[in-house]
Ligand binder design. Structure first.
Ligand SMILES: NC(=O)c1ccc[n+]([C@@H]2O[C@H](COP(=O)([O-])OP(=O)(O)OC[C@H]3O[C@@H](n4cnc5c(N)ncnc54)[C@H](OP(=O)(O)O)[C@@H]3O)[C@@H](O)[C@H]2O)c1
Length: 397
């Protein structure tokens, strides 16, 4: 078992006292308010009203997504909810990203495979990371075009491995357009630690992805053009609704009371906070970030769930209907990565190919809605600063 580490301050951080950039100002649409248009109420008939209501209706009912109707009454994997490849087609992005670079973590199983498969259809060059490259190649080699696919070994349990992976990528490209932090583990039954001494889920799901982003940041900031801003997509989970971030003295459950789900929730809240903070800091420089819940999908992620619990889930017909196929499970990730909706903005938590709605703070992990702690600029900033110290980096903005 690795040793628990406190927050050690890197020497270069001592001189750094900087202010967090304030959130980007909302963009106006350039229309002037005031007297530029006059509505003559005397001629404003119910016909006009009907036309307006009908034209606005889909946006009022489904404010962000053309896919909302398909998610109302799910019928289980393979139903009418979109697949990741459908998103690529609907966005008109087939073969349109030939000069772009996309990195996806965790491509040896589950959603990572389907995310890679769909994004390959854009024509982009893919850098696919896996701790077991042989396994990733076995899953993807027949699907992807070898000349546009690079496999990179990266074990998220080790900062050294993350640094080596970033070095290998940066040796081949100095521009990265899209980074998808997808890899993850869930509900590790007992308190375990990464090679660097951090709680396994916090270290794997958050800290290593945070370090990976930091090392790739210059290439993400070098890539934006007026037509195509850079994007980071963090695959989080509705399980974040269970718990926010522990006190910084307890990220690693030093105070005891380790719980597999509380730990997973902390790591998945961290995925959201990282994306929100990226948007706050770098959005004005053309680097945007979103986070998302992909849905419930039967993948390797459930390997730590006891068999009896899994069997009970499989007997729950209502639950089974909500499940998505892996192809559908990768849809919100791909929507976040390439859709026009998110080409110029971020800092939002998504679900079901839409921006998530505000839900109730009930800890219900089957809800796709967000809760009060999903957005918390103060905690987002604190986690960012602490994470920088943990991975031994300065903040150069
Ligand atoms: N499936 C769901 O219902 C669901 C729901 C909500 C959120 N999510 C999120 O979706 C993401 C993808 O999960 P999934 O369902 O596709 O699970 P999965 O099938 O288990 O895939 C997870 C991927 O992460 C990789 N990974 C795990 N530990 C790693 C490490 N130390 N270093 C490098 N790679 C590592 C796995 O590699 P190996 O193949 O070597 O294990 C695998 O490629 C996760 O972030 C998860 O939290 C999934």
């Amino acid at each position: 078992m690795g040793q628990l580490r406190g927050l050690s301050v890197p020497s270069c951080a001592l001189a750094q006292k900087r202010q967090i950039l304030s959130a980007k100002k909302p963009v106006t649409n350039g229309r002037k308010d005031g007297n530029t248009r006059t509505i003559h109420f005397t001629t404003f008939s119910s016909v006009h009203l009907h036309i307006i209501v009908l034209s606005l209706f889909p946006r009022l009912l489904f404010p962000m997504s053309r896919y909302a109707a398909a998610h109302v009454n799910p019928e289980g994997p393979g139903d009418s909810r979109p697949t990741a490849l459908q998103i690529v087609k609907d966005e008109g992005m087939e073969g349109k990203l030939k000069d772009k670079v996309i990195i996806i973590t965790g491509t040896s199983s589950g959603l990572g495979i389907e995310t890679a498969r769909a994004l390959s259809a854009t024509g982009a060059t893919l850098y696919l990371t896996a701790r077991n490259v042989t396994k990733a190649k076995a899953a993807l080699a027949d699907i992807l075009e070898p000349e546009r696919t690079e496999y990179i070994e990266m074990d998220l349990e080790s900062f050294d491995s993350v640094r080596a992976a970033a070095r290998a990528i940066l040796a081949k490209t100095d521009k990265v357009n899209i980074l998808i932090n997808n890899a993850g583990i869930m509900a590790v039954p007992d308190l375990q630690f990464t090679k660097d001494g951090y709680e396994l889920q916090f270290g794997t799901n958050h800290l290593s992805h945070f370090l990976f982003f930091q090392l790739l940041k210059p290439s993400l900031l070098a890539a934006p053009t007026a037509e195509f801003h850079s994007r980071v997509v963090n695959v989080s989970s509705a399980a974040h609704r269970l718990n926010g971030i522990n006190a910084s003295s307890n990220y690693n459950f030093q105070r005891g009371e380790y719980d597999p789900w509380v730990s997973y929730a902390q790591s998945k809240t961290a995925n959201i906070y990282m994306a929100n903070e990226i948007e706050r800091r770098y959005g004005s420089r053309g680097l945007h970030a979103t986070s998302l819940h992909p849905g419930g999908i039967a993948t390797g992620l459930s390997k730590f769930i006891p068999e009896a619990e899994l069997a009970a889930m499989l007997n729950n017909k209502a639950l089974l209907k909500t499940l998505k196929s892996p192809e559908q499970g990768a849809a919100t990730t791909v929507w976040a990565a390439i859709s026009k909706e998110w080409e110029n903005k971020g800092g939002k938590y998504l679900a079901n190919c839409a921006e998530a709605n505000r839900g109730t703070d009930d800890g219900n992990v089957s809800s796709a809605d967000y809760v009060s702690h999903t957005y918390n600029p103060e905690s987002e900033s604190k986690l960012w600063e602490d994470s920088l110290k943990i991975v031994g980096l300065c903040d150069d903005q």
